[in-house]
Design a protein around this ligand. Structure first.
Ligand code: NAI
Length: 256
């Protein structure tokens, strides 16, 4: 039997949207396991603050602004990470925006363009920029964060659902394309999670929704998703690719 490592210690990860919520938790769990972490976010000050927060135990992290809607900025962020840590092994495409818009609402067209750019196009651009470095890694891993909204849908959310379904398709397509090189590409579909994105929903409404829709009867916490992301990025996770994994308290499993 081969000994496969269950640690990302010494590997380098770049996380997008890491100033808040699941991205922040992801940066923290990777740092706690000894990875070098590039904490990036549209909110540059927030990214810097998270990098400071997670280096408390002597871990290595850098934090800086990255708008994933900007192709050149993505390429620069990859270069900056490689310069700081000497390589790049893992990419976590996590940054996201969510707005409620019905098809005929004013602004639908604009939101569609932004949602597709930030939630989907950014993933392929980040992966393309990272690829030359992932190819040099002993354990190259890509995790894309989609949503249970990419598997089903709720009202007034079609642009978001379409972009997230696109992330699922991109994950499968690139898993097939990059598989022969040993690069794994997997996708997590979070269900309802307590983050910045859902903080505007009243606790009472969250509780009603979670009891009705999830098996566990509650919202999830960001670290419960982050630990799944870490698991998918372990050197030991070398035979898992093209997987679409709901981390949703049983939401997609529940019909009644
Ligand atoms: P959050 O709002 O706490 O964090 C999202 C982060 O992305 C923020 O720090 C924000 O500044 C950043 N961001 C937004 N636009 C950006 C851009 N153009 N470039 C770089 N960073 C940008 O939200 P959360 O929930 O942690 O979101 C993480 C991912 O999880 C998103 O892709 C979201 O769509 C997805 N998701 C969230 C769910 C939830 O219930 N919270 C459920 C399913 C999926």
């Amino acid at each position: 039997m081969r000994a496969l490592s269950r640690s990302v210690k010494g590997l380098t990860v770049l996380v997008t949207g890491a100033a808040s919520g699941m991205g922040r938790a992801t940066a923290a769990v990777f740092a706690a396991d000894g990875a070098n972490v590039a904490v990036t976010d549209y909110n540059g000050e927030g990214a810097e603050a998270v990098a400071r927060e997670i280096t408390g135990g002597g871990q290595k992290a850098i934090g800086f602004k990255l708008d994933v809607g900007d192709k050149d900025a993505i390429e620069a962020a990859v270069a900056r990470t490689v310069e700081a840590f000497g390589g790049l092994d893992i990419v976590v495409n996590n940054a996201g925006i969510a707005e409620s818009r019905a098809l005929e609402d004013p602004g639908y067209e604009d939101y569609w363009a932004r949602a597709v750019n930030v939630l989907l196009t950014s993933h392929q651009r980040m992966i393309r920029a990272a690829l030359p470095h992932l190819r040099k890694s002993s354990s190259p891993r890509i995790v894309n964060i989609a949503s249970t909204e990419g598997l089903g849908a709720t009202p007034r959310n079609s642009a978001y659902s379409a972009a997230k379904a696109g992330v699922i398709g991109l994950t499968r397509g690139l898993a097939i394309e990059l598989g022969r090189e040993g690069i794994t590409v997997n996708c997590i579909c979070p269900g309802p999670i307590n983050t910045g994105m859902t903080k505007g929903i009243q606790d009472e409404h969250k509780a009603i929704f979670a009891k009705r829709r999830t098996a566990l009867g509650r919202y999830g916490d960001p670290e419960e998703v982050a630990h799944m992301t870490l698991s998918l990025c372990l050197p030991a996770a070398s035979y898992l690719t093209g997987a679409i994994i709901p981390v949703d308290g049983g939401l997609v499993a529940k019909n009644g």
